[in-house]
Ligand binder design. Structure first.
Ligand code: CMC
Length: 379
């Protein structure tokens, strides 16, 4: 048998050709369909960016208006789905509730024929439109409150805030939420996207594809890091403790949450935009002490691990923003999913165009040719 080389974590192994997004990890460059993410965060909105990711080009005014109408139309969820969410344990993580609800949506909507472009588009719109509603419904129901009905007169970001707090966001806060959704919407062949593409390659229905991707996003090495960053900052406690805490963690070879990236060897461009956005949020909410501590942690980490190419990633500042907005910590990763569903679906549609089921190789290191010893003869 020819010797095949194992690349742990598939590092540097291409698994697909993709035209959805592009990263230059040395120049801190992230583009969606060729457009810099910083430009989209500033000039575009989540709905338009989602169309761009799904279709490949910016929409015309009419296309965007129609797409926006479709999203608003599909925000509501079936009462049976709401009842299902009501039955989930309130102590469970909202990511598990989101994953379970999305998997269950596959039982409510006909989507098994993935060769049907019309049905694929309907599923795409439904998933993008309903994820915020499911997330907000679980947040309300777990405290014994009725879910807040989505409002058709609000855009995607403002409506999500409305469903969480039953109040409209200020224009500045709406813009910050919208920009956070844009920044998290897509990121090349990351673990959850790959997971979605693997599931999609079996021609599974899109709800199953997205629930697989959501499950993969839960892990602390991926989307779950944004929650852990705040736990870590709270554990560090104050600026004086930052240096000894980090020295100790580095000496013990602990991973510092919110730092490091497989592709970026400089500061993640999304972290830079998020920091800028944070200043806008704090102008309204007040500047949290945790933010000053985070800036100090970044400074110390840059001295110690910068030479190794370890800098803040997107998760380092996002949680501080969400916390300042009053969003509970365990909703940070679901918000990541509400945004990333756009990228997952763009990759799913791309996968289907030239699909071949993923079936990689393994390097077998187990025993061979073993005798079967009957149970009665075993000690
Ligand atoms: N803190 C300390 N050391 C680190 C860190 C970190 N956050 N990240 C990487 N390293 C070190 C690591 O110990 C290893 O050192 P050595 O070569 O001496 O053994 C080297 O850098 C390479 O690390 P790796 O874990 O092999 O790198 P990877 O490309 O497999 O992992 C990563 C990338 C993002 C999983 C990793 O950097 C990490 O665990 N970071 C912390 C978790 C985190 O913030 N995740 C969010 C990622 S961005 C958003 C998302 O994808 O959801």
């Amino acid at each position: 048998m020819s010797q095949i080389e194992l690349r742990p974590g598939l590092a540097d192994v291409p698994v697909a050709e993709s035209a959805v997004s592009f990263i230059d990890g040395k120049r801190a460059r992230l583009e969606y369909r060729g457009i810099a993410v910083e430009t989209l965060a500033r000039e575009s909105c989540f709905e338009e960016t989602t169309w761009l990711l799904l279709k490949g080009d910016l929409p015309t005014q009419k296309q965007l208006a129609d797409f926006d109408d479709q999203l608003r139309h599909h925000r509501r969820i079936k009462f049976r789905l709401r009842d299902l969410i009501k039955c989930l344990p309130e102590s469970g993580h909202p990511m598990y509730a989101l994953q379970a609800s999305v998997a269950a949506m596959g039982m409510f909507y006909p989507a098994r024929d993935v060769t049907n472009e019309k049905s694929n588009w309907e599923s795409t719109v439904r998933l993008i439109a309903k994820l915020p509603t499911v997330c907000a419904a679980f947040q309300r129901l777990r405290y014994g409150d009725e879910p807040i009905t989505p409002r058709d007169d609000l855009d995607h970001a403002a409506n999500f805030y409305w469903m969480l707090f039953e109040k409209e966001p200020s224009p500045a806060i709406r813009k910050v939420i919208d920009a956070c959704l844009v920044l998290h919407a897509e990121h090349t062949m990351n673990a959850s996207t790959f997971s979605g593409r693997v599931t999609g390659s079996t021609l599974a229905n899109p709800y199953t594809v997205i629930s697989a991707a959501i499950g993969t996003l839960t892990g602390p090495l991926h989307g779950g890091a944004n929650e852990e960053v705040l736990d870590m900052l709270e554990e560090i406690g104050n600026i004086q403790n930052a240096k000894p805490w980090i020295d100790d963690a580095v000496a013990k070879k602990k991973k510092i949450m919110g730092f490091g990236h497989r592709v970026y060897k400089v500061k993640d461009p999304r972290a830079t935009v998020l920091q800028d956005l944070a200043e806008h949020v704090f102008a309204e909410t007040g500047r949290p002490k945790l933010y000053d501590l985070a800036v100090e942690v970044e400074r110390i980490m840059t001295d110690i691990l910068g030479p190794k190419g370890i800098y803040p990633n997107v998760d380092f500042y996002s949680g501080i923003i969400y916390q300042a907005l009053g969003i509970p910590r365990d909703l940070f990763t679901p918000i990541f999913a509400i945004a990333r569903v756009a990228g997952w679906l763009a990759h799913w549609l791309e996968q289907l165009v030239n699909n071949r089921i993923f079936r990689p190789e393994q390097i077998y290191v187990g025993k061979t040719n073993q005798a079967y010893v009957p149970l009665s003869k075993r000690p």
